[in-house]
Design a protein around this ligand. Sequence first.
Ligand code: SIN
Ligand code: FE2
Length: 217
Amino acid sequence: MTLDLFDSLGGMEPREETLGPGARVLRGFARAQEEAVLSALHDITSASPFRHMETPGGFRMSVAMTSCGAWGWVTDRTGYRYAAEDPVQGRPWPQMPEVLRELARTAAASAGFAAFCPDSCLMNRYVPGAKMSLHQDKDERDFSAPIVSVSLGLPAVFLFGGTERKDRPARVRLSHGDVVVWGGPARLRYHGVMPLKPGHHPRLGAQRINLTFRKAC
Ligand code: SIN
Ligand code: FE2
């Protein structure tokens, strides 16, 4: 696998990698904003803490989630949807801080998607063993905007498949500060995350946090 090979070469990996038309990995893109991003994360999760939600089928997700922005993604026994209120706190989700909005906008632009204007940021917290099964992001109203995904903390293996569930996914190692953007012809590609390996990250400890920016509504 080409990407794993580049990874194992340490400092020699390219700063940008393509995962096919409309899909790119921007290595280390969020690093320059690290302090501001971590401080925004702290404020958001103080107001709307991470929680384990239930799937429509009645399973507790291993990934804990929260959101910021006008819309937050939620799941419970009645299904998946975007909601304007945090159902746990009974009030709107925390606003999307400008530093996050700008990070998502510039990442999208550098991957070829101009004028990305996210109204939702789903925040996922993985502890060792937590994973996300292959899925498509398709609860958004229109698919013309890309998805921008920021990885923080422990490294993970991101699975990036095709537009059909049966397509064999590529395995992409994502580290602290890496950003993946997928849109256009790649917008509905299946993706997921392998179970997180134990470890310790100097800034985030024994966890991985992923932020996905979306245009939900
Ligand atoms: C997601 O698909 O919402 C999360 C992807 C990731 O954690 O990298
Ligand atoms: Fe997703």
